[in-house]
Design a protein around this ligand. Structure first.
Ligand SMILES: [Zn+2]
Length: 295
C-alpha cells in the first residue's frame, strides 16, 4: 500500500513538473493557436447545434467582434512584460498568499487558479457593473445583440487595460509565478469562448459541468438586455464565486433577449467607431420599468 501511495505521489509530482515546465515558457505561437483554435471549434459547434437560430449576418458580426478581440490581444501583448516582471518579483521576494502559506504544489496551483479567477475575472467584472465610468467601457461587451463565441473578447481597449490591472493585482495578492499566470490565462480564454457560445447542450452535461465551471447556460443571462438579470452570473472560469457572493441565478435561456437596454440602436452597436466612442459620450442612466420582469 505505501508503495502505491508513493507511486501516486510521484506521478502527481511528475505531471506537475511537466505542466510547470510547459507553462513557464509557453510559446506565443501556442497562445495564438489556442485563441484561434478555441474560436474555430466553438464556432463550428454553434453552426451544428445552436441554441438560438443564427438569423443574423454572421460574417459582419464576427468581423466586428474580431476587431475588438484583436485590440484585446494587442493591449495584453504590449503590457505582457509587466505581468512577467510582477510574477518574477513575487517569486523572488516570496510575496503573496501561496508564497506565505506552506502547502503542496498541486494545492498552490488549484488555490492560486481559483483566486486569480476571483480577482482577475469575477471581482473586476462586478466592479465594472457598479462603477459608472468603468461600466461605460464594459458596456461595449454588453451591446452585442447576438451573443456567440466571438462575443467572448469583444472588449473596449480601455476595458482590456482595466482587466489587465486587476490581473496584475491578482498576481501580487496570490503570489503567482509565471506558469500559474499562463495556466490561468489559457483557462480563462477557453472558458470565456465556451461560456459565450451559442451552443445547445444536454441538460445533464450542463448541470454536471456547472458544479464547477461557468457554462453557456449559466452565463447567457448576464447578457439579457435589462437589469437586474444583467447584474448576475459574473463568473468566468469557476461557477462557485457567484453562488458564494449571492449573484447566482438560473433562468430559462430561451426567454432571453440579448443586448443592453440603454444601447439598443443597431447603428451604434454595429459600428466599431461608435462603440469605441461610447465611454466618452456620457453615462446613460439605467432604464426604469413599471413592471418587474420574471424570467
Ligand atoms: Zn458584464
Amino acid at each position: 500500500m505505501p508503495i502505491l501511495v508513493s507511486n501516486f505521489n510521484h506521478s502527481i509530482i511528475w505531471i506537475m513538473d511537466v505542466i510547470i515546465n510547459y507553462f513557464s515558457d509557453m510559446p506565443t505561437l501556442h497562445r495564438s493557436l489556442m485563441l484561434v483554435g478555441g474560436l474555430t471549434v466553438f464556432f463550428l459547434i454553434e453552426q451544428a447545434v445552436p441554441l438560438f437560430k443564427i438569423n443574423y449576418n454572421r460574417a459582419s458580426h464576427t468581423l466586428l467582434n474580431l476587431f475588438f478581440t484583436l485590440t484585446t490581444v494587442l493591449v495584453n501583448f504590449i503590457m505582457a512584460f509587466i505581468l512577467v516582471y510582477s510574477a518574477d518579483w513575487v517569486v523572488a521576494n516570496e510575496f503573496g498568499l501561496i508564497q506565505w502559506i506552506p502547502m503542496p504544489l498541486i494545492l498552490k496551483a488549484i488555490i492560486g487558479l481559483m483566486l486569480m479567477d476571483l480577482i482577475g475575472a469575477w471581482f473586476v467584472h462586478w466592479v465594472e457593473h457598479h462603477v459608472k465610468w468603468l461600466w461605460q467601457f464594459h458596456v461595449i461587451h454588453h451591446t452585442d445583440q447576438h451573443v456567440d463565441t466571438t462575443t467572448a473578447n469583444r472588449h473596449h481597449p480601455g476595458e482590456s487595460v482595466i482587466r489587465f490591472i486587476f490581473t496584475t493585482l491578482a498576481v501580487f495578492i496570490v503570489g503567482a509565478p509565471i506558469w500559474l499566470v499562463f495556466i490561468y490565462q489559457s483557462m480563462s480564454l477557453i472558458l470565456t469562448q465556451f461560456n459565450h457560445s451559442n451552443v445547445k447542450m444536454p441538460t445533464w452535461l450542463d448541470r454536471a459541468l456547472e458544479l464547477v465551471f461557468c457554462t453557456p447556460n449559466m452565463h447567457r443571462v448576464h447578457h439579457h438586455y435589462r437589469q437586474p438579470y444583467s447584474d448576475t452570473n459574473y463568473g468566468n472560469i469557476f461557477s462557485f464565486w457567484d453562488r458564494i457572493f449571492g449573484t447566482y441565478v438560473r433562468v430559462d435561456n430561451k426567454k432571453l433577449v440579448y443586448g443592453v437596454d440603454t444601447y439598443m440602436d443597431k447603428k451604434q452597436t454595429k459600428s466599431v467607431w461608435e462603440l469605441l466612442k461610447i465611454p466618452f459620450t456620457g453615462y446613460r442612466q439605467p432604464i426604469q420599468y413599471d413592471k418587474e420582469e420574471q424570467l
